[in-house]
Design a binder for this molecule. Structure first.
Ligand code: IVH
Length: 702
C-alpha cells in the first residue's frame, strides 16, 4: 500500500534519545529526577515498540529500566505520577461503567457497497462544492471497537466507548492498559483534546488466545472484533491488559489550544507527531480515480495485515471543504465507508454428519442451509473432530456463524447462543460407522476417531481409491470418482489391490461402457503396475509421506518390503526423515490391513521395488566436481550429494574453474549462476542431473 509521507512523526522524541537516558545515562542521584528520566525513556521506547513497531533496544534492557522505575516508585510512593509508564494496570475491577458525555458527538458513517455508490457520493460532493473536492484521505476501516480518548495537557485522562454517539461508557481503566495508547503525549500537545480511534485485537493475538482456549478445552472466541470489544467492556483491567489489544487513531474530535490545521491528513500527521498510533496504510488521493485505485488495492490486500479490516473509509481531506459539506443527522457528508463483502454470516445448522476419509479417520461435518459468504456458497463445513465440536458447542438446530476469509476453507466458528432452540442436544460421535456398521473408536489420547472397518468401509475405500488412482498417486487415467463409485457399487472393487485384477467383462456390463473405453481403462491400469515404487508409496497415502519423502525413502531402501522392515536407526539416518515420519510408517505397517494390501498388490503384479538403486558405488563420476544450487524436486541436498559421491564424484559448495557442472534447481543462487557463466561452466537442470547420474558426464556435456 502506498503512503504519501509518513504520519508517524517522531521528532518530538528525538530529545529523549539525545538525552541518552537508559543504559549509559548519567545516573541522576535525585530520585525525582531519576524517575522523570526513566519515565521519559520508557515512554520513548514504548512508542518505538507499540506504536511504530520499530524497537531500538533489546527487551531485556527495557525490562531493566522498568524494574528500576518500579523499585524507585516503591521506595518513594509520593513521587508516583498518574501517567507513569508503570501505572497501566492499577485500578480495581469495576462494578459498572459510568456515563461519559462526548464533548463532540461521535458520528457514524454512511456505507457504500460498490464503486458505483462511491462514484455517486463523489458526484454529490461535486454538486455541493460546485467543484471536485481538493483531495481525499483514504484509510483502512479497522474492524474493532470505537473509542474516544481524552488528553489534558498531554496527559491521558479518559477513554469512552461510542455509546449512542452522544453519551458513551467510561472505559478509562481498561484502555489505560493498552500499551499503544500513550499515557503522556510528546511536545506540542494541546490543552484539551478528544481523539477517536479503533481498538482492535491483532489477528496473531487472537489466534494465540484461541490456541490457549483450545489447550484448556475451552470454547473458542468467535472473532477478533467481538473479543476486542468484550475485552474493553468488561470490568477487570487486568483482563484487558492480558489481551494484547492495540489501537489505530483515525480522527480528531474536540480540541482547544492546538496548532492551526488545514486538512485531515495534516491532522493525522500532527496526532502521529504527538506519539499516537496512526495507520501507515493511509494514503492521500488527489481525485476519484486515485480513490478507486486505493479501494481495489485495499480489497485485494485485505488479509495482508495483522488486523482485520472490513472496508475503507474515504474522507474529504480539506477541513474547509468538510465545513461546507457538514453533517446529516447521523453522519458526516464528507466521509464514506466502503464496506467489503462480509466474510462471516449466520445460517442454520441443519445436521451434523460424519465422513470417513482415506486413512479411516471419521470427521464430523456440518450440513448448512446454503449461505453465500466470502464469495462462495457454503453448504458443508468441516467440524474437525468431536472434541473441537464440543468445545465450540454447536448443535443441530443452532444458528451458527460461518466464516470464509480469503482462500481459507469455510469454517463454522460457533453458535449464536441466543438463538438456540429449546431442547437442542449436545452432539455425540456415533458408536458405529454409518457407512460400514463397524465400531468407531477413539485411540487413547487422540482427538481423531477411526472407523475400524478398514476397506470394508465404503466411505474410506472410495476416498482411498480416489487418492490412490489420482495424478499425484498411481495416475490411472479414467479412474476418477464416478468410475470408482460405479465399480464399488457392484462390489467389483473391494480393496485397492482389486483394481489390478479387474476383469474387463466386469466393467463392460456397466451402462455407457464399450470396448474402446474399457480397453483404455485396462491399459491405464496395466501401465500403472510398473510405476516407480516411490509413486506407489505416495499413492498408499501414509500420513506425512508425500512425494518427496516417498522418493527419498525408495531411493535409499529400493523397495517397500525393505523399507517397512528397516530398523528404526536405518530409517532415522535418512536425511529429511524425522521421528514423526518413522512413527507414521511403523503405525501403518503394524496394521494388518496394510500388510495384506502390500501382499495383494504384489500378487496382482504391481511393482513394489525399483530395479535400479543408487546405493552401489561406482566410478562413473570419478574426477567430476558438481555444484548444486536451488532446490531439486527429486533430491534433498544431501541426497544429491550422496548420489554423486556414490559414483566417485565430488559435490562442492562454490563454483570455480575446477567445477565440471552446475546443477540449477528451483530458485538457484544468483551469485553461483553468474560465476558459472563468467567461467564458462555448463549450467544444467535436474533432468540433466539424472542423466549425469545414469550415464556420466559425457552424456550431459558432449
Ligand atoms: S472515521 C466522523 N475512520 O467505523 C468520522 N472510522 O462505520 C468517524 N472505523 O464508528 C469515523 N476505521 O468505529 C473512521 N479509519 C476510520 C475507521 C473508522 C474504522 C469505524 C468507527 C466508526 C465506524 C463507522
Amino acid at each position: 500500500m502506498t503512503t504519501e509521507g509518513s504520519v508517524n512523526g517522531t521528532s518530538h522524541l528525538q530529545a529523549v534519545i539525545d538525552s541518552g537516558v537508559g543504559q549509559n545515562a548519567l545516573m541522576a542521584t535525585d530520585p525525582a529526577q531519576r524517575i522523570a528520566d526513566l519515565s521519559k525513556a520508557i515512554r520513548h521506547h514504548n512508542h518505538r515498540y507499540h506504536v511504530l513497531d520499530a524497537p531500538e533496544i533489546a527487551d531485556i534492557e527495557y525490562d531493566e529500566m522498568v524494574r528500576e522505575l518500579e523499585a524507585l516508585e516503591t521506595d518513594h510512593p509520593e513521587l508516583v505520577q498518574p501517567d507513569s509508564p508503570t501505572q497501566r494496570v492499577g485500578g480495581p475491577a469495576l462494578d459498572a461503567f459510568s456515563a461519559v458525555t462526548h464533548r463532540e458527538r461521535m458520528f457514524s458513517l454512511d456505507n457504500a457497497e460498490s464503486h458505483e455508490d462511491i462514484a455517486a457520493w463523489e458526484a454529490r460532493l461535486e454538486r455541493m462544492l460546485e467543484r471536485p473536492p481538493a483531495g481525499y484521505s483514504c484509510e483502512l476501516k479497522i474492524d474493532g471497537l470505537a473509542v474516544s480518548i481524552t488528553y489534558e495537557n498531554g496527559r491521558f485522562v479518559q477513554a469512552a466507548t461510542r455509546g449512542d454517539g452522544l453519551v458513551g461508557e467510561d472505559v478509562t481503566a481498561n484502555v489505560r492498559t493498552i500499551k499503544s495508547v500513550p499515557l503522556a503525549l510528546g511536545e506540542g500537545a494541546p490543552e484539551l483534546m478528544e481523539v477517536r480511534g479503533e481498538i482492535y485485537m491483532p489477528v496473531s493475538a487472537f489466534d494465540e488466545l484461541n490456541r490457549k482456549q483450545a489447550e484448556a478445552g475451552e470454547r473458542p472466541y468467535i472473532n477478533p472484533r467481538n473479543t476486542a470489544a468484550g475485552s474493553v467492556r468488561q470490568k477487570d483491567p487486568a483482563v484487558t491488559a492480558g489481551r494484547n489489544l492495540s489501537v489505530w487513531v483515525y480522527q480528531l474530535g474536540f480540541i482547544t489550544g492546538g496548532p492551526p490545521l488545514e486538512s485531515h491528513w495534516e491532522t493525522m500527521e500532527y496526532l502521529g507527531s504527538l506519539g499516537l498510533k496512526v495507520n501507515p496504510a493511509s494514503a492521500r488521493a488527489a481525485d476519484a480515480a486515485a480513490v478507486h485505485a486505493y479501494l481495489e488495492r485495499a480489497e485485494k490486500d485485505r488479509h495482508a495485515n495483522d488486523y482485520e479490516i472490513d472496508g475503507v473509509v474515504i474522507k474529504v481531506d480539506s477541513l474547509d471543504d468538510q465545513a461546507i459539506l457538514g453533517f446529516t443527522a447521523k453522519s458526516p457528508r464528507w466521509a464514506m465507508a466502503y464496506k467489503f463483502p462480509p466474510e462471516e454470516k449466520t445460517t442454520l445448522l441443519e445436521d451434523i454428519r460424519i465422513n470417513v476419509g482415506r486413512t479411516g479417520v471419521a470427521t464430523p461435518y456440518a450440513v448448512l442451509d446454503p449461505v453465500f459468504v466470502g464469495g462462495v456458497t457454503v453448504t458443508n463445513a468441516t467440524l474437525h473432530n468431536e472434541g473441537e465440536l464440543q468445545r465450540k458447542d454447536v448443535r443441530v438446530g443452532d444458528t451458527v456463524i460461518v466464516r470464509r476469509a480469503g482462500d481459507v476453507i469455510p469454517e463454522v466458528v460457533g453458535p449464536v447462543l441466543s438463538k438456540r432452540p429449546r431442547g437442542a442436544k449436545v452432539w455425540k460421535l456415533p458408536k458405529t460407522c454409518p457407512f460400514s456398521g463397524h465400531p468407531i473408536v477413539t485411540p487413547e489420547g487422540e482427538a481423531r476417531a477411526i472407523c475400524t472397518g478398514g476397506f470394508d468401509c465404503p466411505s474410506r475405500l472410495r476416498e482411498y481409491l480416489f487418492h490412490f488412482a489420482s495424478r499425484g498417486g498411481m495416475d490411472i487415467e479414467g479412474l476418477g470418482y464416478r468410475t470408482v463409485d460405479m465399480l464399488m457399487s457392484e462390489g467389483v472393487i473391494r480393496t485397492p489391490a482389486d483394481i489390478f485384477t479387474l476383469d474387463r467383462d466386469d466393467v463392460l456390463r456397466f451402462e455407457g461402457w464399450g470396448e474402446v473405453s474399457v480397453t483404455n481403462l485396462m491399459n491405464a491400469i496395466e501401465g500403472a503396475k510398473d510405476r516407480p515404487t516411490g509413486r506407489l508409496l505416495t499413492a498408499l497415502g501414509l500420513p506425512l509421506v508425500g512425494g518427496t519423502v516417498a522418493r527419498t525413502l525408495i531411493r535409499r531402501f529400493g523397495g517397500l518390503r525393505e523399507l517397512f522392515t528397516a530398523s528404526e536407526e536405518d530409517l532415522a539416518s535418512v536425511d529429511g526423515i524425522g521421528p514423526e515420519i518413522v512413527r507414521s510408517m511403523q503405525e501403518w505397517w503394524d496394521d494388518p490391513i496394510n500388510r495384506r494390501l502390500i501382499d495383494d498388490l504384489e500378487a496382482a503384479g504391481v511393482r513394489i521395488r525399483d530395479e535400479v538403486t543408487v546405493t552401489e558405488t561406482s566410478d562413473l563420476l570419478a574426477g567430476v566436481a558438481v555444484v548444486v544450487t536451488g532446490s531439486l524436486d527429486g533430491f534433498t541436498r544431501d541426497g544429491a550429494k550422496a548420489a554423486v559421491e556414490d559414483r566417485g564424484g565430488k559435490v562442492t559448495g562454490s563454483v570455480s574453474s575446477k567445477t565440471s557442472l552446475v546443477v540449477a534447481g528451483e530458485s538457484p543462487g544468483a551469485a553461483k549462476i553468474t560465476k558459472a557463466q563468467d567461467l564458462g561452466v555448463p549450467i544444467v537442470d535436474e533432468a540433466a542431473f539424472q542423466v549425469l547420474l545414469a550415464e556420466g558426464l559425457d552424456a550431459v556435456n558432449p
